[in-house]
Design a protein around this ligand. Structure first.
Ligand code: GLC
Length: 457
C-alpha cells in the first residue's frame, strides 16, 4: 500500500528536533532476555522444570522476598483499550504486583493540572504515571519525580536503542527523569473511498474539502483540534512551521511575530471559518475528532497515529478499509508534523519505587511498547520495533519508512522551562484569532509581547 505521497520532497527541512534513529542490535532492544522469543525456549523450559520440582520452596521464597504490592498507575483516558492489555501482561509476569489503573482526563492540560496539584502537596497515591513530552523538565524541577539513572544503569538499559529526541524530552539537568513510552506525530487521515490522493498543500486541502464535503454521507470536509487547549498549540505549531515561522529560536528569543507566522494563522482562520468544518470546530479536541471521523462524518482529519488502529476496529469504526494516511499538507515552506508523545515517570513520594520501576521498565521496554503499538496503534520509541514483523503487520503505518522519517523529523513545541505558561498564552491569542475577535497580525504581536514578558519574569 502506498501511504505517503512523494510530493514534499525535501519538504521537511524542518527537522528542528534532530531525532536520530538509534542504531543498535535489533535483538536486544532492552536487554531483556525474556523478550527474545526465539532464543529462550530452552531457558524457559529449564526454568519451568525447576519451578515444578521446587514449587513449595519457590513459593516460600517468593512470599518472603516478594511482598505483595499494589501500585497505582495513572494515564489519560485511553480510547483504544491498550492500557488494560498492558497492565494484565505486566501482572501476569509479576504476580506479586497488582496494578490499579487510574484514568485521568483525555485533555493533557487538565491531567497536567491534577498531577501538579497532587504532587506539589506530596501526595503518594499515584506511583507511576504517563507524562506528556512537554512536562518532564517542569516535573523534575518541581521535585515531583524520581530520577531514573540509577535504575537505568543497574538494569543495563541502553538508551541508544530509543529515538534520541524522545530520550532528550525526558532529560533535564543532565539526568534522566522519564522513559519514552510512545511517540506521536500529526498525520492527515483521508477517506480513500472519496478521494484518490491526499492534498499536497493546505490550499489543495481547502479546495478538496470544499469539493468533496457531502460525498458518501459525509457532513464535513476537514476536522482539526481548534479547542482552546494544548492540542490547538500543536495544530498551530504545524501551520507555523509549514509556513516557515517559529515561536522561539534556539537562544530563547521570541520569533513568533513574523510574516510567516501571520500567514500560518491566516490559513488556520480561513479553515476554521469555512463551511466545510463543523460549526463547533472551536470545541474540537482529539476525542471529538476521532468520534466524528469514525462515524464517517468527514473526508479529511488531522490526528495522531492512535486513530489509525481505531479506524480498523469493527466495534468502533464505520469507515473500516476506507481510510489512508499522509503527511500533513504543505505550506510555503513544506509540510510539518508536530512532535508529541508520552513518557513514564515515578512519583518521588511513591512508597514502592522498586516495583514502580519494574512497571515503568516493562511499559517502556520492548514487550510493553509492542503491546501499545499493536493494541493501541501508538508509535514505538524503540527503533528496533519498526523491524518487528508483528508490529509491522498490525499497522501499515509502522512498516512505512516515510512515516518513521516523519516521526524522526517532527517539529517540537517551544522548548522552555516555562513551556506551560507559553502554551497558555498561545492558546489565548490563537483562540481569539480563530473566533474572529482579533486579526492574525494582532495574535502574532500579542503572543510576542506576552511570551517576552513571561520569559523576562
Ligand atoms: C497527544 C500528544 C501530546 C500532546 C497532546 C495534545 O496526546 O502525544 O504530546 O500534547 O496530544 O492534545
Amino acid at each position: 500500500m502506498k501511504i505517503w505521497k512523494k510530493v514534499i520532497s525535501g519538504a521537511v527541512a524542518l527537522s528542528m528536533v534532530g531525532i536520530i534513529a538509534a542504531c543498535g542490535d535489533n535483538n536486544e532492544v532492552n536487554n531483556e532476555p525474556e523478550n527474545d522469543d526465539a532464543g529462550n525456549d530452552t531457558e524457559e523450559n529449564v526454568n519451568n522444570d525447576t519451578a515444578n520440582n521446587n514449587d513449595e520452596e519457590n513459593d516460600a521464597e517468593a512470599s518472603e522476598d516478594q511482598e505483595e504490592v499494589t501500585l497505582t498507575y495513572a494515564r489519560g483516558n485511553d480510547a483504544t483499550g491498550a492500557t488494560n492489555v498492558l497492565i494484565d501482561a505486566f501482572m501476569e509476569e509479576n504476580p506479586h504486583i497488582t496494578v490499579e489503573f487510574r484514568e485521568m482526563p483525555a485533555d493533557t492540560g487538565q491531567s497536567h493540572d491534577q498531577y501538579v496539584t497532587e504532587f506539589s502537596a506530596g501526595d503518594a497515591t499515584i506511583d507511576v504515571f504517563d507524562a506528556d513530552v512537554i512536562w518532564p523538565a517542569e516535573f523534575a524541577q518541581g521535585g515531583y519525580v524520581l530520577e531514573l539513572d540509577r535504575f537505568i544503569e543497574r538494569d543495563g538499559i541502553d538508551m541508544d536503542e530509543y529515538f534520541e529526541g524522545t530520550v532528550d524530552s525526558g532529560n533535564f539537568d543532565g539526568r534522566q527523569w522519564a522513559m519514552p513510552k510512545f511517540t506521536d506525530a500529526g498525520l492527515l487521515y483521508y477517506r480513500s473511498d472519496i478521494v484518490d490522493e491526499a492534498p499536497e498543500t493546505w490550499d489543495d486541502l481547502i479546495e478538496m474539502a470544499t469539493e468533496y464535503q457531502g460525498e458518501e454521507g459525509t457532513d464535513f470536509g476537514y476536522l482539526m483540534q481548534a479547542n482552546q487547549y494544548e492540542g490547538l498549540v500543536v495544530n498551530a505549531v504545524e501551520f507555523i512551521a509549514a509556513y516557515g515561522g517559529s515561536v522561539l529560536d534556539e537562544d530563547q528569543n521570541v520569533t513568533v511575530n513574523s510574516p510567516e507566522t501571520i500567514a500560518a494563522i491566516e490559513k488556520m482562520i480561513e479553515i476554521v471559518e469555512s463551511d466545510f468544518v463543523p460549526g463547533d470546530i472551536l470545541n474540537f479536541d482529539e476525542p471529538a475528532t476521532h468520534t466524528a471521523f469514525l462515524e464517517g462524518q468527514s473526508v479529511f482529519a488531522r490526528n495522531w497515529p492512535y486513530m489509525q488502529a481505531m479506524t480498523e476496529d469493527e466495534d468502533q469504526s464505520q469507515v473500516q478499509g476506507k481510510v489512508e494516511f499522509a503527511l500533513l499538507p504543505a505550506g510555503d515552506a513544506g509540510s510539518a508534523s508536530g512532535l508529541g508523545g508520552w513518557m513514564s515517570m515515578i512519583n518521588r513520594n511513591s512508597e514502592h519505587p522498586e516495583e514502580a520501576w519494574e512497571l515503568l521498565k516493562f511499559m517502556t521496554g520492548a514487550e510493553g511498547q509492542k503491546i501499545t503499538a499493536i493494541e493501541g496503534g501508538s508509535a514505538p520509541t524503540l527503533r528496533a520495533l519498526y523491524d518487528d514483523e508483528e508490529v509491522r503487520e498490525a499497522a501499515p503505518l509502522f512498516a512505512d519508512e516515510e512515516f518513521v522519517n516523519t516521526l524522526e523529523n517532527a517539529v517540537p513545541r517551544p522548548v522552555s522551562p516555562i513551556y506551560p505558561q507559553i502554551s497558555d498564552l498561545m492558546q489565548i491569542e490563537l483562540s481569539r484569532a480563530l473566533a474572529g475577535d482579533i486579526t492574525a497580525e494582532e495574535a502574532a504581536e500579542n503572543m510576542e509581547s506576552a511570551i517576552e514578558s513571561a520569559l523576562a519574569e
